[in-house]
Design a protein around this ligand. Structure first.
Ligand SMILES: *[C@@H]1O[C@H](CO)[C@@H](O)[C@H](O)[C@H]1NC(C)=O
Ligand SMILES: *[C@@H]1O[C@H](CO)[C@@H](O)[C@H](O)[C@H]1NC(C)=O
Ligand SMILES: *[C@@H]1O[C@H](CO)[C@@H](O)[C@H](O)[C@H]1NC(C)=O
Ligand SMILES: *[C@@H]1O[C@H](CO)[C@@H](O)[C@H](O)[C@H]1NC(C)=O
Ligand SMILES: *[C@@H]1O[C@H](CO)[C@@H](O)[C@H](O)[C@H]1NC(C)=O
Ligand SMILES: *[C@@H]1O[C@H](CO)[C@@H](O)[C@H](O)[C@H]1NC(C)=O
Ligand SMILES: *[C@@H]1O[C@H](CO)[C@@H](O)[C@H](O)[C@H]1NC(C)=O
Ligand SMILES: [Zn+2]
Length: 537
């Protein structure tokens, strides 16, 4: 969108503010033409540096959609900046009110419909909504639950007959639900038991440890549901449905390939589990040919000892070689702050490159998900780079490392930015201060992703895209930046170049029809029509 100050040289009006007590005085100042020209040139040059900055050749229709988005964005931002109104996107995402306020905006509704490309950073047990777990999985036969006497939270498991456990007494969910007398209310308590969303996150999660403890507890709680063999494939299927519904066409799932169990006690190994992923994805793409597909990044846990990690690296090499085009690499997960840094495992991680001939195992390391500058965990960024990581998970601390940043940019290593995750897990409170705002301003290779959307009740990608739009790309950046972020998510994927091309073609068709859809919606009487928008801007 054209900036009024930069497109009309000569004398022009500027709104200036003199804060005098609570009185705001608007005054009009004249700007000399030569100054205005220099100013316009400087602003234009800087804008061209940002993500989507040079691809500013939006079509006529795209410009209309841009205006539709920007009209509301500017209003919300200006009303807050000038009049102290409430700006929902600056609150913690766990705040239910803020979330509802964001969802009520036109911007959110448009971004939800926007084809956003792929999600390149998401974890296996946090992709499908808690709503589905409660409304579908807990209604299945043989689903048991118990309320843990230590934290009063529910755990779930499928059993033929449950074990005796005094600290957590197992009974059928259907029995609890029947006794409650109000299935809907009961289901709501189950939902609240699993979700991190609360009315007042600052009270519920006062510090980092409480937050991480609660976050990790989610995984322990849902494992008994998700890792039951008949559920496991459905969980993936439903997850892909939800991503597709959120207008995401491609996924790279990081997963542990944990043991999946049957009612009779049989457990399935990693190859069986991987096969469920492979077949599930293939079947899904067959049923929904507009969905590009999914790839798998094998993960291991960074609390393991070095010899266990070495076996996991070898296992990942084997899976990578045996499943070309599906298993795309390896990563280490778990709280970076207090678990082992990459350097602790350096021999194990160098193992593939030390083989004769060297074996390629692409890495996708979580690195720099910290605000502890100069610490061992901060230096995970150094090791990720030296170990030739393909992308960096989070890279939150990267802005404090000019040399690493420069090399990472030159090598085209994309950073996977997960704004809401970083906020919920307390790296940054107000996303306007997220360091990726500076990276986007310089078109750094990056993608927006969602990490563990189910845990905090986020949509697969729309909420992360929306908060990025509202808080991290600037008041004067709109559709061109969002479009580039969507393209980035395919371009920096682990697909082969030909597959990326095909995916971008699929995306472009969706994009064009999205643009037409928004224009149709907008010119309908609801939103007032193109003329009104053009007038107001
Ligand atoms: C601030 O409030 C005043 C008075 O209600 C209103 O006239 C003005 O348009 C508002 N400004 C913004 C930027 O919302
Ligand atoms: C939650 O967000 C709303 C804005 O939507 C805000 O007014 C309210 O103060 C926030 N609550 C807390 C506890 O921060
Ligand atoms: C759960 O979802 C599956 C499909 O994923 C469906 O076949 C089944 O009927 C659903 N069960 C319930 C109880 O809703
Ligand atoms: C979890 O659900 C159980 C059973 O409905 C309930 O007794 C308990 O209070 C809930 N706990 C939390 C923390 O919501
Ligand atoms: C974090 O909290 C858990 C449980 O609340 C506690 O057991 C643990 O010691 C705490 N860890 C740290 C590092 O404070
Ligand atoms: C590593 O941990 C495993 C348990 O996961 C244990 O069996 C093994 O002995 C440990 N190895 C070393 C060298 O400490
Ligand atoms: C990283 O890449 C460089 C350049 O291709 C190569 O020399 C080096 O061996 C690689 N290191 C690892 C750990 O793969
Ligand atoms: Zn992650």
């Amino acid at each position: 969108m054209a900036d009024r100050l930069t497109t009309r040289p000569g004398w022009m009006s500027v709104v200036c503010l003199l804060g005098l007590a609570a009185i705001l005085i608007h005054c009009v100042t004249a700007i000399p033409a030569d100054y205005a020209a220099k100013r316009a040139a400087l602003i234009k040059a800087e804008k061209s540096l940002r993500t989507g900055g040079t691809g500013s050749s939006l079509s006529h229709d795209e410009q209309i959609v841009d205006k539709i988005l920007m009209l509301e964005k500017r209003k919300l931002i200006e009303a807050t900046r000038m009049n102290g109104s409430n700006f929902a996107a600056r609150y913690n995402f766990l705040n239910m009110t803020a979330r509802a306020d964001m969802e009520a905006t036109r911007g959110f509704q448009i971004i939800k419909k926007m084809p956003k490309g792929g999600v390149l950073h998401v974890h296996d047990e946090a992709i499908t909504s808690i709503d589905w777990l409660v409304s579908n999985v807990t209604y299945r036969d043989n689903c048991y639950m118990c309320v843990d006497s230590s934290d009063f939270r529910v755990n779930f498991h499928f059993y033929k007959s449950p074990p005796q456990d005094a600290a957590c007494v197992w009974r059928l969910v259907s029995a609890f639900r029947g006794e409650s007398g109000d299935a809907a209310a009961f289901d709501k308590t189950l939902h609240n038991n699993l979700s991190m969303v609360v009315a007042d996150p600052a009270t519920a999660y006062p510090d980092l440890n409480t937050t991480w403890t609660r976050f990790l507890a989610y995984f322990a709680q849902v494992e008994g549901l998700v890792l039951y063999a008949p559920v496991f494939a459905d969980y993936l299927w439903e997850g892909m449905l939800q991503f597709r519904e959120d207008n995401v066409q491609y996924l790279e799932i990081r997963g542990l390939l944990p043991q999946v169990y049957e009612l009779d006690g049989t457990v399935h190994d990693a190859d069986w589990v991987l096969n469920v992923y492979k077949q599930g994805v293939a079947h899904f793409v067959q049923q929904y040919p507009d969905f590009t597909g999914a790839r798998f990044i094998k993960t291991s846990l960074r609390f393991k000892n070095s010899s266990d990690i070495l076996s996991d690296v070898k296992e990942a090499m084997r899976l990578y070689l045996q499943n070309p085009g599906f298993v795309v690499g390896f990563d280490l997960v778990g709280p970076e702050n207090y678990l082992h840094p990459l350097i602790y495992y350096v021999d194990d991680l160098l193992y593939p490159s030390k083989q004769n001939p060297p074996v390629k195992l692409p890495y996708f390391f979580h690195a720099g998900e910290t605000d502890w500058q100069g610490s061992a965990v901060d230096y995970n960024l150094v090791d990720a780079l030296l170990l030739n990581t393909t992308r960096i998970g989070h890279g939150y601390a990267l802005y404090k490392h000019p040399l690493l940043k420069d090399r990472i940019r030159k090598q085209g290593i994309a950073v996977e930015v997960n704004p809401i995750s970083n906020q919920v897990l307390k790296l940054v409170d107000d996303l306007r201060n997220h360091p990726a705002a500076a990276l986007i301003a310089e078109n750094f290779p990056l993608v927006i992703s969602s990490d563990d959307p189910a845990v905090w009740g986020a949509a697969p990608l729309s909420h992360d895209f929306y908060v990025t739009f509202m808080t991290m790309i600037g008041e004067d950046a709109g559709l061109a930046t969002l479009k580039q972020l969507a393209i980035n998510s395919l371009r920096y994927s682990a697909m082969q170049p030909m597959e990326i091309q095909k995916a971008v073609t699929q995306w472009k068709m969706k994009w064009d029809s999205f643009i037409q859809q928004v224009i149709r919606d907008f010119t309908s009487s609801d939103w007032g029509g193109e003329d009104r928008v053009t007038d107001e801007l």
